[in-house]
Structures are given as C-alpha cells and as structure tokens.
Design a protein around this ligand. Structure first.
Ligand SMILES: [Zn+2]
Length: 248
C-alpha cells in the first residue's frame, strides 16, 4: 500500500532527524583535541618508543588535507574555553591540534604545513629545554608566534612528572613555565599539558592556583566541557586516513 509506505518513510525520516539533530548540535561540546609529538620520519626505526610518538610529514599533511576538505576548523584552547563557557559561538566542526614538547620539527615541518592550510595549532613548551638539541629556540618560537597561527602553552619547566613533586615544587614548575613563556611570547598562557599525562587532584588544584584555566592529560577521548584534566586523542603514525577520520 503506497500511502502506508509513505507514512513509514516519513516516520523513519523524522526519527532520523530526531536522532541526528542533537548529535550535530552536540559537536560543539564534543571536541576532538588531537595530540602529536614528533611529526618527522623516525631516524632510527629500531627506536620503537619514538615510533609510537611519530607521525610522518606526508601522513600529517594528508590528515590536515582531510580536515580542510571536510570542513573542520582548528581552534585555540582559549576559543574552546569560550565555547564551553558559552562566551563565543562554535564553528561547525571544531578541532584542536596540539603538539607536545617543542621539538625542532615543529618549526621545520609542522609550522609550514599549518601555514599551507591556514590552520591554528597549539604547542606545549617545556621552557627549560628550549634551545637544547632537538628543541626549538626562543627566536624560532617568537617567529612562529608573530604569525598568529600558533599559541604556545605550558608543559612545565623541565618536563617533570608532576605527581612525584611536592605541591610547592609542582606549583613552581607550572607557574615558572607560564611566566617565562608569556614573557617570551607576549601571549597569556592559560593552559597546561601535564608531562606524561600524569596528574591528580592535588596537581590540578595547584594548576588552578597557578592561574591556569584548563589542564590537558593524555587519556583518550573527546573533550566534553573543559576542566583541569581534559582528554586528548593521540594520533598514531600507523593510522590510515580512514582510521584518522573515524576518531574525529
Ligand atoms: Zn611532553
């Protein structure tokens, strides 16, 4: 009976709308924060630990290409905070691109690719290691900062395991990195990524006392509302573009 089929079709369509509409609306409060470390070919393939932290430049470029062609907008953590607190409206598909540790490949590989797509990135800097082998120096960081494409956020001074320190020392590690970084870049440093993702309630209280608006861990998930231990999605260098897309 055609009329019955039409009714069923309309009922299914409506159901589809009811189920999908809240999901689309929820995207602004269900934001993937992608986590990268090295974006470089592994100079030593026997170094499996480095393998697990590396994405090749070609793969990274194709991931950015995917985001660009599929309407994603990389935003800053300050914008994400504003979205969660209903101070700013969200783009249709927000995503945050984060890069830990301030390695030199951020300057030589990541930054040119971010420029190519006009994408915003967030770089977490252990301030005491800057200028050392394998790391960017302050001139490179300032040059990137001047582009307005990247914000630099805290990652302690010495890339320390914060819960192993006293409250006072942990607070100092976080505050000192914030102060040095904002003095060097002229940008307010409102977020910290805990090195190794290790944190607890005392560290998070110290981060709050130290003036941070948010903290980032390394546990897997999308961010649903900010806070002092936001999850991230560690991007694997072994993912196909389809696997990458399925995590967004
Ligand atoms: Zn780190």
């Amino acid at each position: 009976m055609p009329i019955l089929k039409l009714i069923i079709f309309l009922a299914l369509s409506l159901e589809f709308c009811f189920f999908t509409t809240p999901f689309v609306k929820a995207s602004a409060t269900n934001v993937p924060i992608l986590m990268y470390h090295y974006v470089a070919n592994n100079p030593n393939p026997k170094d499996k630990a480095r393998d697990s932290l590396s994405v090749s430049p070609d793969k990274f470029d194709s991931q950015m290409d995917y985001l660009s062609k599929n309407g994603f907008t990389p935003i800053t953590l300050d914008t994400l905070y504003g979205i969660f607190n209903k101070q700013v409206s969200s783009p249709a598909k927000p995503v945050v691109l984060t890069f830990d540790d301030g390695y030199i490949d951020f300057y030589t590989i990541v930054y040119p690719i971010l420029r190519k797509y006009n994408f915003h990135g967030v770089s977490f800097i252990p301030t005491g290691l800057i200028g050392g082998s394998y790391y960017m120096n302050w001139n490179q960081i300032k040059e990137i900062q001047a582009s307005g494409l990247v914000t630099f956020e805290a990652h302690t001074v010495g890339h320390v395991n914060l819960p192993s320190l006293s409250y006072k020392d942990a607070l100092k590690q976080m505050q000192d990195s914030k102060n040095v970084l904002s003095a060097q870049t002229g940008y307010p440093v409102n977020f910290i990524a805990y090195p190794y993702g290790t944190t607890n309630s005392s560290i998070q209280a110290a981060a709050r006392a130290g003036g941070f608006a948010g903290g980032l861990g390394t546990w897997f998930g999308k961010s649903t509302g900010g806070g002092m231990n936001m999850p991230r999605i560690k991007v694997s260098g072994f993912w196909s573009i389809k696997e990458f897309a399925s995590r967004l």
